[in-house]
Every structure is written in structure tokens, then in C-alpha cells.
Write a protein that binds this ligand. Structure first.
Ligand SMILES: [Zn+2]
Length: 86
């Protein structure tokens, strides 16, 4: 059972399964994830920000880009979970 929605990042309309879609938690007041500042830095989110935050769906294209971004900037760990193995 899929539904249609807009990707929060690129605003593209795509179909997804609500139970398995990747979502990002957004604080409606800032338009950013709770704790994330407009400067791109991260600080401890306030309880208020967490309470008003809503989950927004992200399309597979944007998930892929975000994953690449993380993989290129974050250090790699030998124990990193490999989804190909069981
Ligand atoms: Zn997108």
C-alpha cells in the first residue's frame, strides 16, 4: 500500500510506503531538524523543538545523495553495519 507525497528536500512528488519511507524530523519553526542551526552546526535540541517537530518523507534520490554526503565526510568504521550481510 503506497501513498503519494512531496519530498521535503527537493519538493518532488513521489510514491512511498509510509511504514518504510525514510523520513527526516523537521522543526516547523526553523525548517531544520531539531538542534540543527541555520549555520549547519548542531546543538542539543530543546524539548520544545522536539515536541513540535514533524516527520517529513524524503525521496530515494535525496536519501542517496545524503548517504553519499555522509560517507564522503564521515570516517569509516570497520564495524559499520553492512546491509548486504544477513
Ligand atoms: Zn527528494
Amino acid at each position: 500500500m503506497t501513498t503519494i507525497g512531496g519530498c521535503y528536500v527537493c519538493k518532488r512528488t513521489f510514491s512511498f510506503v509510509p511504514d518504510s519511507v525514510t523520513v527526516v524530523t523537521i522543526d516547523p519553526e526553523t525548517g531544520l531538524p531539531p538542534g540543527m542551526t541555520v549555520l549547519g552546526t548542531f546543538r542539543e535540541p530543546t524539548p520544545e523543538a522536539l515536541a513540535r517537530a514533524v516527520a517529513e518523507p524524503i525521496c530515494p534520490d535525496c536519501v542517496g545523495r545524503a548517504t553519499q554526503l555522509l560517507e564522503s565526510s564521515a570516517p569509516r568504521f570497520e564495524t559499520w553495519h553492512n546491509p548486504d550481510k544477513g
